[in-house]
Design a protein. Structure first.
Length: 62
């Protein structure tokens, strides 16, 4: 049939191969999040500059 798991839901220790894979995935996720945050910051700067330019353009027309 099937094996009953521990009542606490404890899993068996990870093999060295699984631990290395988890470490690689964690590093890749951290790098990806860093790139995405940098992109978001760059977009925010560009948007704020665009907004400032548009507000000064509107004031010149008045």
């Amino acid at each position: 049939m099937y094996e009953k798991s521990d009542a606490a839901g404890a899993s068996k220790p990870k093999s060295n191969r699984e631990a290395e894979r988890d470490a690689r995935l964690k590093a890749a996720l951290k790098a990806n999040m860093g790139r995405r945050k940098a992109q978001a910051r760059a977009r925010a700067v560009v948007d704020s500059v665009d907004d400032a330019e548009h507000s000064t353009d509107n004031n010149e027309n008045e």
